[in-house]
Design a protein around this ligand. Structure first.
Ligand code: UD1
Ligand code: CA
Length: 453
């Protein structure tokens, strides 16, 4: 049956102590509510309805890319009231699944299991907790059938001992859900319209209630404060680390790798401590990532050696390159095979040809560099004239002496040799030698100034 997902995201999140609405706080650099939205889409939801309230404009602005209907809950009168707001927007013929914008790590498989179990019935995702305090407790009769849910604040002492609790996540046919919710009231200790009251009504209506449980309780844990957010972040990261290791990636320490996006890492990659991957990152087999590297939206080839403390963003690095330590590859850098980029080198918007080397203390920007070029220490492409950027073109087999400035736009042809300390302002043709430095003077018998007494 087609699926509609309602995401409740109207809560304020007072305990986050933040001006940012709770559901926009990030886990793995993605807003909590987006994790839930992505899960809904992964489930193949035909429509997603987000119920928003506090900080609604901010939430909508941050989630512009959602293919979702946005419904405002002007006053937060309870979870039942929140779901009722969706009824003008939801396709009531569909199966409806209720999720929460602050419960980010529910697995697709868990929800599929819930939905499969409960077709044509009411589905309830429950979990057993050692410490069930604060949660709604699941009530069952002698035949173990669910008869209702009682909230912490409404529960008797006996009921408070029940360890099976409501996760809040439920599924039900749209029409049925609407009919049941139309019959709830707010006569309880919190004066709220409880979504959970539908279970007792369903039981009275002889609609079967089917429960399912997640594999692990973190899947149904919500975020109410920053401690819980950090705890879930660590669980999420550890799961990714485990998955990488299972797929043949070697990690120096599975608790010191953070993936904030999607990685595709081949086997026999070794990742040292404190690696951060952001956006889409692909790494070929046999590659080594040294400690403290940050790699963002980049493709790294096979058998690449990235030494400690490199920052790589929006770059392509082909096979067998050596990078760092302390190198920075900025957007639109493309290193061909066997390139070496050494310490304190910054490269931006540049193609570096096969086997070329930029080993020490250099800036190469807006540059097309050929094959087997050797760039000496302290070389700078002066690409910016204060108003515009200009390009430097360097052919194959060029030797650039140390401390050279290449004043762009400038074109250095194949086989050119540039003597150390040159300031190159004009194009140079093939195989020429360029020297631009003032002749050396030597003065004999030089007396250094003496310190006054
Ligand atoms: C709810 C359940 C409880 C369950 C627990 C699991 C009810 C009545 N109780 O309790 O059985 O064990 O979740 O965490 O449903 N929200 C809105 N609009 C509202 C009220 C809430 O959007 O008017 C959203 C909140 O932002 C939050 C979620 O619904 O994300 C749960 O609301 P909350 O008030 O925290 O419910 P609990 O008391 O935790
Ligand atoms: Ca809650």
């Amino acid at each position: 049956m087609p699926l509609s997902v309602i995401i409740l995201a109207a809560g304020k999140g007072t305990r986050m102590k933040s001006s940012i609405p709770k559901v926009l706080h990030k886990l793995a650099n993605k807003p909590l509510v987006e994790h839930v939205y992505d899960t809904a889409k992964d489930l193949g939801a035909e429509e997603v309805i987000v119920i928003y309230g506090h900080g609604g404009d901010q939430v909508k602005a941050s989630c512009k890319h959602f293919d979702a209907k946005w419904v405002e809950q002007k006053e937060q009168l309870g979870t039942g009231h929140a779901v009722m707001q969706a009824f003008d927007s939801v396709n009531l013929n569909n199966n409806v699944l209720v999720l929460y914008g602050d419960v980010p790590l529910t697995k697709k498989e868990t929800l599929e299991n819930l939905l499969d179990n409960s077709e044509g019935k009411v589905g309830l995702l429950s979990v057993n907790l050692h410490n069930p305090f604060g949660y709604g407790r699941i009530l069952r009769n002698d035949k173990k059938q669910v008869t209702g849910i009682v909230e912490q604040k409404d529960a008797s002492e006996e009921q408070q001992k029940i360890q099976e609790v409501n996760t809040g996540i439920l599924s039900c046919n749209g029409e049925t859900l609407k009919r049941l919710l139309n019959n709830i009231d707010n006569k309880n200790s919190q004066g709220e319209y409880y979504l959970t009251d539908i279970f007792e009504l369903a039981e009275k209506d002889k609609i079967e209630i089917k429960t399912a449980q997640p594999e692990s309780s973190y899947e149904v844990e919500g975020v109410n404060n920053r401690l819980q957010l950090a705890t879930l972040e660590r669980i999420y990261q550890r799961n990714i680390a485990d998955e990488l290791m299972t797929n043949g990636v070697a990690l120096a320490d599975p608790s010191r790798i953070d993936v904030r996006g999607k990685v595709e890492i081949s086997n026999d990659v070794y990742i040292d401590i404190n690696a951060v991957f952001e956006g889409k990152v692909k790494i070929g087999s046999g590659t080594n990532i040294g400690p403290n590297c940050v790699i963002n939206n980049s493709v790294i080839g096979e058998n690449v050696n990235i030494k400690a403390n490199c920052v790589i963003e929006n770059a392509i690095v082909e096979n067998n390159c050596e990078i760092g330590p302390f190198a920075r590859l900025r957007p639109e850098t493309h290193l061909s095979v066997n390139v070496k980029v050494g310490n304190f080198v910054e490269i931006k918007k540049a193609n570096i040809g096969d086997g070329s080397k930029v080993n020490h203390l250099s800036y190469i920007g807006d540059t097309d560099m050929g094959k087997n070029v050797n760039v000496g220490a302290g070389t700078i492409t002066c690409n910016y004239d204060g108003a515009n950027k200009h390009k430097t073109v360097i052919g194959d087999n060029v030797f650039v002496g140390s401390d050279t400035q290449l004043i762009a736009p400038v074109n250095i042809s194949n086989g050119v040799t540039i003597g150390a300390g040159a300031t190159v302002t004009k194009d140079v043709s093939e195989d020429m030698l360029v020297i631009s430095r003032s002749p050396q003077k030597t003065i004999s018998g030089w007396q250094r100034p003496l310190k006054k007494k």
